[in-house]
Design a protein around this ligand. Sequence first.
Ligand code: ADP
Ligand code: MG
Length: 586
Amino acid sequence: MPLADRSWFRLTWPLAVAAVGIAVGFALSVGLDGYFVFLAVSAVTAAIAILGLGVVTGSAGMIALCQLTFAAIGAWIVAGLSYIQAPGGFVLWLLVGGLGAGFAGVLVGLPALRLRGVNLAVVTLGFAAAADVTFVQIQFPGSADGTPVDRPSMFQSDRSYFFFTIIVLALCALLVFWLQRGRWGASWKAVAFSERGTASVGQSVAGAKLTAFAVSAALGGISGGLIAGQVQLPFASSFTPLQSLALYVLAIMSGAYLIDMAIFGGFLWVLVPELLKRWGVPQDWAFVVFGILGVQALTSGTNLGQGLRNLWYRRQRTAPPPIVDVADVAPSGPQITTTTVATLDPAEATGGPVLVVEGLTVQFGALKALDDVSLEVPAGSIMGLIGPNGAGKSTFVDAISGFLPRHGGRVLVAGQDLAGMSPTRRARHGLRRTFQQDRVPPSLTVGAYVRFVARRRVDREDVEKTLAFFGCPPAATRLASVDIGTRRLVEVAANVLARPKLLVLDEPAAGLSHEEHLALAMRIRELPERFGISVVIIEHDLDLVRSVCPRLTVLDFGRVLASGPQAEVLENPAVIKAYMGETELL
Ligand code: ADP
Ligand code: MG
């Protein structure tokens, strides 16, 4: 299919699904019995609230146990605006309710910048409990004198109001769908996997967490606003912390970051209590049922939605994965083999240094991991950073990229002193680094990840070419389905696409086969000329170091043994003695 057609399809299929959903909703609103119409509205409002949980918990990985408190805030605002007959009507009130709840979400999200896991759970549950007490005290507007909330003028009857909620659900689902596919969605999934990895690509960790909380709470608020219109006299008892907990469990077990599963979760939310009622069991036992299902989901490590998806992917994966032939995209320059010796490029001397490190010192308790390290990397150059395990190479990368702010000494990139700059700002300033451990969020596709890391507009061709250049799988591949070596190749490709001034690679070839390792080294050799990127690479294979790096720095016990052009460094007696165990090098 031609490219243009595909992107047209990509844009329109969610719209088509939403339109079908609205049509089904309309048919239901006409066909359903009165009692079921009421239940159906409850399912729809629950689905919208669960969509929100899918963002904050499912995608961003934070535990938020106060979703119905956000709903209560939305309901309170809608009831209040209706009570004073504010201009604009229900739809506008609903939006204001969503915004108000979204704002509250940001406030609740602030502790999430410091807290994680159980601690965050306690804070959000505490907020829910405090809000519950408050709502019982202050009551919902109109409840004292029994003034009902106005519904939208076109949707007064229960049936038509149900249809209205369906339209709102469809719009919310579309919003979440597009947000999940965009920058925000990528940042949520990245922050869930690794905060360091997120910061290292120039994405603010606080920004990712707070947008997740805001969007999630806003959806909660819209859900609550719709409940206000449904019951018309909302009460605090519809939004208790216990119900928030149950909703959270339901979101976990259904896999609410998947939009269809969030809607399915809303369906379960009303189905289980209804079935219990019919069987003569008190409805509160629904919480127990949700609890058991939640425990099952948490212990098995997979949820309903993901389970179903996995079945589908397994069927798809019967075809062998594409083997990327490196010859197809071989670098244009002269062939490099392990016997080639990288020489200094005369052009490199003309620019100023891209990296200057002066007296860098890092102390871990009694251990001096880096001791007065000074070195320079000229623009357009590749420097190999070598040294035995524990020499301080990764510590060096962490320190210059901003993850060890309490170091001594100075770091300058392209002439700017980085003192006081966060990892995020350093990344935006043009210093990118990769990690020795895996920091590539598996919940993204290769393409989504690469675009997220690039942080600039890249067209599809650019992405495809860069991926092919590094021998990465195609953009549509899910990162969860490729091996660790391949994930790290994608990490390198993505950071190259970001066009940093300096790219620091911490053992990028770990996990690759010997051939892949060679191929990667050949490509890294081309980065300065092809993309204007200077490189610092940590690498153990000395043959490769020799063929790729015109400059070398040798670290040992946190000190620089030698630094400079390759030939000088490798002939340095201190290097030969300490690092090489006095064996002949050349
Ligand atoms: P390399 O990457 O060269 O193998 P590292 O930089 O990872 O070495 O480690 C250098 C030294 O610092 C090692 O002795 C390591 O145990 C120590 N080290 C690294 N990170 C920490 C840390 N966060 N806390 C304490 N010691 C650390
Ligand atoms: Mg290391």
